[in-house]
Design a protein around this ligand. Structure first.
Ligand SMILES: Cc1cc2nc3c(=O)[nH]c(=O)nc-3n(C[C@H](O)[C@H](O)[C@H](O)COP(=O)(O)OP(=O)(O)OC[C@H]3O[C@@H](n4cnc5c(N)ncnc54)[C@H](O)[C@@H]3O)c2cc1C
Length: 371
């Protein structure tokens, strides 16, 4: 199969980042073809949807790119909603980070960017919060989006409306290039047939699996397990982000409880009793009143992590192949700016100084000694 026009591009991986880039490039007139192995394995369907550069305590360039993406999200979501006709559940709920002591709070990397809460304020904000939490920080700037039930579906629909092609059940086996110039991919079809697709351009967005396609990428999986409970509507008005455990309330009272962080699990699929117990204990220690609220769903997925826990964005060692991967815990937050930066680079649009600096900060070459 040959897709030869210079305005034709393959997106390798149909997860959150791949869909965001496909949508953005299709709006610029690109003929985009998304090759995706398994829709349901995408971390985009797993994440809690927090938009939390401040509550996560990010620092340096990662904080800057997170804050910049947070600014771009309302307009980005509006475009997706109008292209798809689906509301994405973007909410400015703010996020509260509770602490056991004032010393812990003052040491938090983003302490200066939050509002200080004493025990009394904490109780007012989060009725029923366990008595061990003495103080907190409120980050009004941070929020959430309903990625699992809405954003992913909206992005898929927006892409289809803009004429993006989807090939589901396709595994990309190999990236093909001649003298370091990208020329296509070798795929395995859903029926198990090997086939070449010739194309002049592609973006690698294969999440935690990206290293299988480009060995120079030091991207590895960090498994996360989650569950959800159904609380009374508005019982929890803000996100509660404790150490190792967080609660994200959706507008209908559903609360996402996350997440384990399993560095040694590799790509081992499935829930584990230990992981689920850890989440339940964390939940009890944060908000004991939730004990009587019914459990709804349980799931897991793989965060695409890099050695410095920051994404890899921009060109690769192969001309015509770009990378947008390794977003680790912040892919939902960073989807808007990732789509923007990659689109501008691929379309050769002029960049602001900040955009240029961010592309330099997150280029793959920072790991060029990795093998
Ligand atoms: C438990 C958990 C909680 C999280 N919570 C948050 C949060 O609150 N806020 C936040 O900002 N981020 C969060 N994240 C992170 C976020 O989900 C990820 O960073 C983001 O989804 C990564 O998007 P992606 O498109 O790179 O990867 P994915 O969404 O995983 O998509 C990758 C896609 O590539 C496909 N693929 C892989 N290899 C191939 C191949 N060879 N051929 C064809 N297709 C292939 C896969 O099938 C998959 O569909 C969380 C992640 C997890 C796991």
């Amino acid at each position: 199969m040959a897709l030869s026009s210079t305005n034709t591009l393959l997106v390798l991986g149909g997860g959150l980042i791949g869909l965001s880039i496909a949508h953005s490039l299709a709006k610029k007139g690109y003929a985009v073809e998304v090759l995706s192995r398994r829709r349901n394995e995408a971390a985009g369907f797993v994440a809690a949807g927090m938009l939390a550069p401040h509550a996560e305590g990010l620092t340096g360039h990662l904080l800057t790119i997170g804050q910049e993406s947070l600014k771009q999200i309302p307009k980005w979501v509006q475009t997706i909603e109008s292209d798809s006709g689906i509301k994405c559940g973007l909410r400015n709920t703010g996020i509260i980070v509770p602490f056991l002591s004032v010393e812990d709070r003052n040491k938090y990397p983003t302490c200066a960017l939050g509002e200080l809460l004493n025990r009394c304020d904490l109780e007012k904000e989060i009725p029923g919060i366990s008595s061990q939490w003495k103080t907190g920080l409120l980050f009004e700037q941070d929020g959430q989006i309903d990625n699992r039930r809405r954003l992913m579906r909206a992005l898929e629909k927006a892409c289809v409306e803009l004429g993006v092609g989807f090939q589901e059940g396709i595994e990309v086996l190999e990236i093909l290039h001649e003298k370091n110039v990208f020329c296509g991919v070798l795929i395995k079809t859903a029926e198990g047939k090997l086939q070449k697709i010739n194309c002049p351009k592609a973006v690698l967005c294969s999440g935690a699996w990206s290293q299988n396609l480009l060995t120079e990428l030091p991207i590895f999986p960090i498994k996360g397990q989650m569950f959800s409970i159904q609380g009374p509507k508005d019982a929890l008005k803000r996100i509660l982000f404790g150490p190792g455990i967080y609660l994200v309330p959706r507008d209908d009272g559903l609360i996402i409880v996350g997440a384990t962080s399993e560095r040694n699990a590799g790509f081992t699929e499935g829930l584990t009793p230990n992981g689920q117990l850890k989440l339940q204990k964390g939940l009890n220690s944060l908000l004991p009143i939730t004990k009587s609220w019914p459990h709804m769903e349980r799931w897991w997925g793989f965060r695409p992590c890099t050695p410095d826990e920051a994404p890899i964005l921009g060109s690769s060692s192969i001309k015509g192949l770009w990378i947008a991967s390794g977003h680790y815990r912040n892919g939902v937050l960073l989807a808007a700016i990732t789509a923007n930066l990659l689109t501008k680079t691929i379309c050769k649009e002029s960049l602001t100084k900040l955009e240029h600096d961010l592309l330099v900060a997150f280029e793959w070459k920072r790991f060029s000694n990795f093998q």
